[in-house]
Design a protein around this ligand. Structure first.
Ligand code: PLP
Length: 435
């Protein structure tokens, strides 16, 4: 049994380099985090060797005595982490990712070509909430279902609930999806429930980005209003990469009858095969951590840090979508600075700051969006406090100043000319040193 370093030095070397990159730079991608050692260990166990199609106690393969216990424990901890009563809510912990969790959920709730409404991707929504462009159906959730996205109000950056309600009257969705990848504000679940009820629709929340905040009660509770709640496990929840689907057990509402069996069957056999048992064990470990007072303190700090980052950027005069944040993320509109998100992403990458370009509502080009998205979950895992984020904002301000100078010097708006002009830039090198 030869270890990785000896057997495959090429891969080992790349893993080491990636580890160095992750820990030597500033990780500001809102969807990323650093898992604990215990989560990593569980993820790298022999559980990856086992096939266990089916559910605990009803598998298509033998030898699942311990795997059943792992999955049961994961389900129990998932309900506990979100303060749910097992008599009212169930959970499927097998989805490989957030995308498959969402597609399986829609597969369970709908017939092909039924209608869905989710937040449009340029407004901050996720691909799997029915994304399509004027020319093309992009996500399988718009290929197999009819999608009519709702948007944010371009003037305020907040969701335009009045327009959503008016459009829902015309479109009559069967599933109304809330949740987002780049929306820094709280959700009005009561209003969304009202709209869903007007059409006897399911209300589905994809809380992927904020699930760690929901579990810690730092964000509002979607379970009070929704029929189904999905999440990834690797963002604010700080686990390995996977997905969860929570569903209401039998209630007196006909729409929720047999949700449990429909969701379970949609995950397997409709959308997936054998569960990734090593990942499920690692999710269970992460959920054990989520239920501790330390994690609540972490989630509170994530939110406080994001608020401080927003404040500090605003103090330099920058425009933030909605003017600030309620959660872990900040959406920064660079169009008033005549810069694109790609340029700031590039300079930051050269200076060991990782963030991502992001569409802001009203962008003409999706390839070259006018904003960047920032998140505080990863650096908060590395014990960053508010004062550290003042410094982070200072670094970002320097990146913008460099970008403006370089853009002016190179006399072109093209990203390839901009990258060429950055070659050997001493201000970038100085920024990297300071970071
Ligand atoms: N849902 C939301 C809101 C997301 O932001 C993401 C990914 O960033 C996903 C789902 C998809 O998750 P995954 O990448 O695990 O498929």
């Amino acid at each position: 049994n030869v270890g990785l370093q000896d057997y495959d030095p090429e891969i080992y070397d790349l893993v080491c380099k990636e580890q160095y990159r992750q820990y030597s730079g500033l990780e500001l991608i809102a969807s990323e985090n650093f898992t604990s050692q215990a989560v990593m260990e569980a993820n790298g166990t022999c559980l990856t060797n086992k096939y266990s199609e089916g559910l605990p106690g009803a598998r298509y393969y033998g030898g699942n005595e311990y795997i059943d216990q792992v999955e049961e424990l994961c389900r129990k901890r998932a309900l506990e982490a979100f303060h749910l009563d097992a008599a009212e809510w169930g959970v499927n912990v097998q989805p490989y990712s957030g995308s498959t969790a969402n597609f399986a959920t829609l597969t369970a709730l709908l017939q092909p070509q039924d209608r869905i409404m989710g937040l449009d991707l340029p407004s901050g929504g996720h691909l799997t909430h029915g994304y399509q462009t004027a020319k093309k159906k992009i996500s399988s959730t718009s290929i197999y279902f009819q999608s009519m996205p709702y948007q944010v109000d371009p003037a305020t950056g907040y969701i335009d609930y009045d327009r959503l309600e008016a459009n829902a009257k015309l479109f009559r969705p069967k599933v109304l999806i809330c949740g987002a990848s780049a929306y820094p504000r709280e959700w009005d679940y009561a209003r969304l429930r009202k709209v869903a009820d007007q059409h006897d629709a399911y209300l589905m929340m994809d809380m992927a980005h904020i699930s760690g905040l929901v579990a810690s009660r730092v964000a509002k509770d979607p379970f009070e209003f929704c029929d189904v709640v999905t999440t990834t496990t690797h963002k604010t929840l700080r686990g390995p990469r996977a997905g969860l689907i929570f569903f209401r057990r039998n209630s007196d509402l006909p729409r929720n009858h047999s949700l449990e069996s429909r969701i379970n069957q949609a995950v397997f056999p409709s959308c997936q095969g054998g569960p990734h048992n090593n990942t499920i064990a690692a999710v269970a470990v992460a959920l054990k951590q989520v239920s501790t007072p330390e994690f609540v303190a972490y989630a509170q700090q994530v939110q406080a840090n994001a608020a401080r980052l927003a404040e500090a950027l605003a103090s330099y005069g920058y425009k933030l979508v909605t003017g600030g944040t309620d959660n872990h993320s900040v959406l920064w509109d660079l169009r008033p600075n005549k810069l694109t998100g790609s340029k700031i992403e590039k300079i930051c990458e050269l200076a060991s700051i990782t963030l991502n370009k992001n569409a802001v509502h009203g962008d003409v080009s999706a390839v070259s969006p006018g904003g960047v998205r920032l998140g505080t979950s990863a650096l908060t895992s590395r014990s960053f406090q508010e004062s550290d984020f003042d410094q982070v904002a200072g670094f970002l301000h320097r990146a913008v100043q460099i970008a403006s100078q370089v853009q002016e010097q190179c006399g072109s708006r093209m990203i390839k000319d901009f990258i060429k002009a950055l070659d050997g830039n001493e201000d970038v090198a100085a920024l990297k040193r300071d970071v």
